[in-house]
Design a protein around this ligand. Sequence first.
Ligand SMILES: Cc1cc2nc3c(=O)[nH]c(=O)nc-3n(C[C@H](O)[C@H](O)[C@H](O)COP(=O)(O)O)c2cc1C
Length: 357
Amino acid sequence: VSDRQRVNVADFEAAAAERIEAGALDYFAGGAGDERTLKRNVEAYAEWELVPRVLVDVSAVDASVELFGSELSMPLAQAPVAFQRLVHADGEEAMARAADAAGTAMCLSTIATATPASVAAAAPDATKWFQLYVFSDRAVTEALLAEAVESGYDAIFLTVDAPFAGRRERDLRADFEVDVDAPSVTAAIGSDRPVSIKEVFGLVDASLDWDDLASLAAGCELPIVIKGLMHPADAELAIQAGAAGVVVSNHGGRQLDGVPATIDALPMVAEAVDGRVPVLVDGGVRRGTDVLVALALGADAVLAGRPAVWGLAVNGEEGACEVLEILKAEIRLALALLGCRTPADVTRAHVQRARRS
Ligand SMILES: Cc1cc2nc3c(=O)[nH]c(=O)nc-3n(C[C@H](O)[C@H](O)[C@H](O)COP(=O)(O)O)c2cc1C
């Protein structure tokens, strides 16, 4: 499998599974509980069909979008994924360069194996977003935020679906522990040894609420995007509190198992937001055609987490870039075949529910 020509995300996933050590593979591939939501995220896309319009001049398709002040080559960016050095020694720096080469943005996790500053130095011209976990010790949070701001990050993605870590049973069974450092966290808490995943989540402030978000947004010069909501009423509260955007996300099925697929939660959130801020969705995007379904159901763009990580595992920066380029090519072709020149041309009328016999 590994040496055959790899033409899609599934090919990279299969090749990555041969390269990543068993415990780490379960950490990256797995979800919470019975992994129902993990599976639903992917499967729910197959319940939508694309309805093309024809004889539209698609000789010049432009897949680019503007998000939070940056232009991206496509409506897809790299989601924050922790501990990327577990799959490749070049880690998050390679992922940032790959995203930059593909013309899109990378969101760096708080629990990355590289600091915001070193990732910025590795990809100085890239569009970079920083994913924030708010720790009980607010000085730690402020130190992380300050480093991201000073290093030239373009937006902050505040993750709100993980006051505690989900029960990831594959990791529990294997007693999986990371053997790489998350330097921003260890530095911010003044630890002299790597902190475990459990310890990191033990530091997260589970009391965080909408008032905290409002003060965070008021005190931060960068746009704050709320990542990890599923309910339209929460999207409204996010906007009231000053959010510059929202990400409909269930953390790739790794937090509360049994929640709907994100593509099914998207339409109601998009309706509530009503164009006031960008709406993103993540979870289960494996094809350019999935991205078009998301656009049709109200998203301005999507994030993808695991796909480019599989690329990183297979061939470092080059592999991650190849995955992003494949997704971009799929998006561009699907736009043209759907009869759309740009992502903004994709409407609700371009999809329908698949009929079940
Ligand atoms: C191994 C792994 C680690 C993750 N770490 C983080 C993280 O540190 N912060 C965060 O906000 N989301 C994290 N996520 C969630 C992703 O940002 C994203 O929501 C999810 O991967 C989307 O699903 P997909 O992998 O099906 O594209 C992680 C996901 C995976 C698979």
